[in-house]
Ligand binder design. Structure first.
Ligand code: 3HC
Length: 299
């Protein structure tokens, strides 16, 4: 590699490899993560289970990039370059050249564990493997891996292209070198790494989910209507969205899964999903993505 191409912020091991990362899971979060890496010039291998899931992911990516163009944070030429740097694949062999592999599949322990093991089996042995879990303890997800020194959590926020922080969750086994490499990569993304320890729900969701859940209980109790509850948070706390609007935005199934996972870890009743949240999820009212949650959305 020529002198001017050296990346002094990376460890020597990763410096010998191309600016390529892999994202496993072309869902909402995986696509957001893909977009931000493409936007700063990385080649991205996006791995999906099937042609259909990758096609759906591509549609999402193009919609999201369209929003960025509309907002002026991206132009057509840059967008074309980004799409040329994207490689879609359903073959794990294609992740072998990546310096960082980010797992962004469903928030389910068994699925994530399988994907992570598969990723480790096909990755370069100097690559860092990260999970975008929003609540499952890192040490548990890392249990099936051979090299836990290069494994950590990178919890991105939704919408990924807009939100600045990334929770960097480390276990006792994560090496200083891996932490430093990932911090520097995050820096290049223009995002802010926040180091957090491996506690259930990390920081974001242990604070956010009881807040959202309490707003749902207030609605259930008839303390105010949904608009009233959201208005209090927007005008009274200066939040861009009220808690019910935000729950719809995140996905009611995602909120419930996160709460179930934190409750399972802590046994603390404040993390039990409210009856109304559980009922809406059962009825398939998942928020924006299904067209109805606390509010109704035009498809
Ligand atoms: N690339 C792609 N999309 C972009 C974009 C970009 N560079 N810039 C903006 N957008 C999108 C926005 O996401 C929004 O999408 P939408 O139509 O689907 O809502 C649309 O373009 C319009 O964006 P604007 O900035 O013009 O609109 P707003 O001023 O209404 O802001 C918002 C939208 C950024 C979503 C704002 O309402 C907000 O900040 N809401 C709170 C989000 C939040 O709290 N996120 C954290 C959730 S918690 C979490 O993620 C953890 C997880 O584990 C649950």
């Amino acid at each position: 590699m020529a002198e001017e191409e050296q990346r002094p912020w990376l460890s020597a091991e990763l410096n010998n490899m191309a600016d390529e990362i892999s994202v496993i899971g072309p869902g909402h979060m995986g696509i957001g993560i893909t977009q931000v890496f493409l936007q700063v010039g990385y080649n991205v291998v996006l791995v999906g289970r099937s042609r259909e899931s990758l096609d759906k992911g591509m549609e999402r990516l193009k919609t999201s990039m369209g929003k960025a163009i509309k907002k002026g944070s991206l132009n057509e030429k840059e967008a074309e370059k980004m799409l040329n740097a994207l490689h879609l694949s359903s073959d794990y062999h294609d992740i072998a050249g990546s310096i960082l592999i980010i797992e962004a599949v469903s928030e389910n322990f068994d699925i994530k564990t399988d994907v992570l093991k598969n990723a480790e089996a096909h990755a370069n042995n100097t690559a860092i493997i990260a999970t975008n879990t929003s609540s499952i303890p890192i040490h548990k997800l890392g249990n099936g891996l051979k090299n836990r020194e290069r494994f950590l959590g990178m919890h991105f926020f939704n919408p990924v292209p807009v939100m600045k922080p990334i929770e960097l969750i480390i276990s006792k086994e994560t090496s200083e070198q891996a932490i430093s490499d990932v911090k520097n990569i995050i820096d290049k993304l223009g995002k802010t790494p926040v180091m957090v320890n491996d506690y259930p729900g990390f920081i974001a969701n242990r604070i956010l989910m009881p807040f959202i859940n309490e707003a749902i209980i207030a609605l259930e109790n008839g303390a105010a209507d949904k608009e009233g509850i959201d208005t209090i948070a927007k005008l009274g706390f200066n939040h861009p969205m009220g808690p019910l609007e935000l729950a719809d935005f995140i996905g009611l199934d995602v909120c419930k899964d996160i709460m179930d996972s934190i409750y399972m870890e802590t046994g603390n009743a404040k993390f039990i999903p409210s009856e109304l949240l559980s009922r809406l999820v059962k009825e398939g009212k998942l928020g924006r993505k299904s067209g109805e949650g606390f509010y109704i959305y035009k498809k």
